[in-house]
Design a protein around this ligand. Structure first.
Ligand SMILES: Cc1cc2nc3c(=O)[nH]c(=O)nc-3n(C[C@H](O)[C@H](O)[C@H](O)COP(=O)(O)OP(=O)(O)OC[C@H]3O[C@@H](n4cnc5c(N)ncnc54)[C@H](O)[C@@H]3O)c2cc1C
Length: 302
């Protein structure tokens, strides 16, 4: 059956990432609905074409050479659903965090206020177990539905999703998240609104807003803050080409204008090396490398 969604070729991915970096995708597919998604994936499997599921592109570094194979974007209305049933909220993987939070607060629900500081789609949030000092999505998840490698729709409850700090089962399995169910907390609307405002105000004070980045470059090692380790290594403001350690938040790597993916990569490797030399701590990247890379970040062999 022919694909019904939008299929583009040689689509430049810099347009779709918060870093504003990334070369072209061979194919860029926006399925119209779940059946169309399955058709597209089945075609890839049959032809041996690799695929990558893109969310809002807020946590990825796409190589300058782009991505060979098919990038799938769940940005059509079908995948952006937001449905309330009592305290339960069902969200499509393509729903934007800001919209989900707004709709919840307007109905006097809380429990996901931290999403105010997390740009992205719900698919990316489940995949990353995204969160802030206010909590993480694992706190609210009841279950997630996805297509497995046989393109069969499956549902796993929270207990089986292996959520840990910025980790989920999805990072170890090439599944496509379709939707998730969240348990919300009834709250006085103004209380929920002021919690969201507080997190947004804090973000304005502590982060380089409006400058392309992918948020925190590195996860916080147990008992440490990565920004302090980067600062102590003397790297505030350090740059390679147009990729720089932010002055406002030293765990943010920013694109000052025309940074290449390779420059961001080199800078992050250098940060890993300098921090390791000084402290013996190997920073684990939070930003995910996507596309064609000859090298990887330094990884803990454990
Ligand atoms: C300014 C800024 C501030 C940030 N602050 C925070 C913060 O406070 N806390 C935090 O946790 N993060 C933060 N981030 C990072 C980012 O917002 C989160 O990681 C978010 O969850 C990424 O969602 P996304 O839709 O953009 O995912 P993407 O970056 O598009 O993708 C991330 C990964 O998820 C996978 N993925 C996405 N959707 C699906 C799907 N449907 N099925 C399978 N896999 C999928 C992708 O393949 C990729 O591997 C920040 C980023 C920015 C730019």
């Amino acid at each position: 059956m022919p694909l019904r969604g939008k299929l583009l070729q040689q689509e430049l991915l810099a347009r779709y990432t918060s870093f504003r970096i990334g070369g072209p995708a061979d194919f860029f597919f926006i399925p119209e609905d779940e059946r169309d998604l399955i058709e597209g994936l089945a075609h890839c499997k049959k032809e041996g074409i690799r695929w990558f599921v893109l969310g809002n592109g807020s946590n990825i570094l796409v190589s300058d050479d782009g991505i060979r194979g098919m990038v799938i974007s769940l940005s059509s209305p079908f995948f952006r659903k937001i449905v309330f049933e009592g305290n339960t909220l069902t969200v499509g993987a393509g729903a934007k965090t800001g919209t989900v939070l707004h709709e919840a607060v307007e109905r006097s629900f809380g429990g996901i206020e931290f999403l105010g500081a997390v740009p992205g789609t719900m698919g990316g949030v489940f995949f990353m177990n995204a969160g802030t000092y206010l909590g993480e999505i694992a706190d609210a998840v009841l279950e997630v539905r996805f297509l497995d490698t046989d393109l069969v729709s499956r549902v796993l409850p929270k207990a089986s999703l292996n959520f840990q700090y910025r980790k989920s089962i999805f990072q170890k399995n090439p599944w496509v998240i379709v939707e998730g169910k969240l348990a919300l907390v009834p709250m006085v609307k103004n209380e929920a609104k002021s919690k969201v405002k507080a997190i947004l105000d804090r973000r304005k004070k502590t982060q380089p807003l409006g400058i392309p980045s992918a948020g925190s470059a590195f996860q916080n090692p147990p008992g440490h803050s990565s920004w302090q380790l980067v600062e102590a290594a003397g790297l505030r403001g350090f740059s390679i080409g147009d990729a720089a350690v932010s002055d406002a938040h030293t765990n943010f790597v920013i694109n000052k204008g025309n940074a290449k993916a390779s420059e961001v990569f080199q800078l992050m490797r250098l940060i890993q090396e300098k921090v390791f030399q000084k402290t013996g701590i190997l920073l684990e990247p939070e930003v995910r490398l996507v596309g064609e890379w000859q090298e990887d970040f330094l990884r803990d062999k454990k």
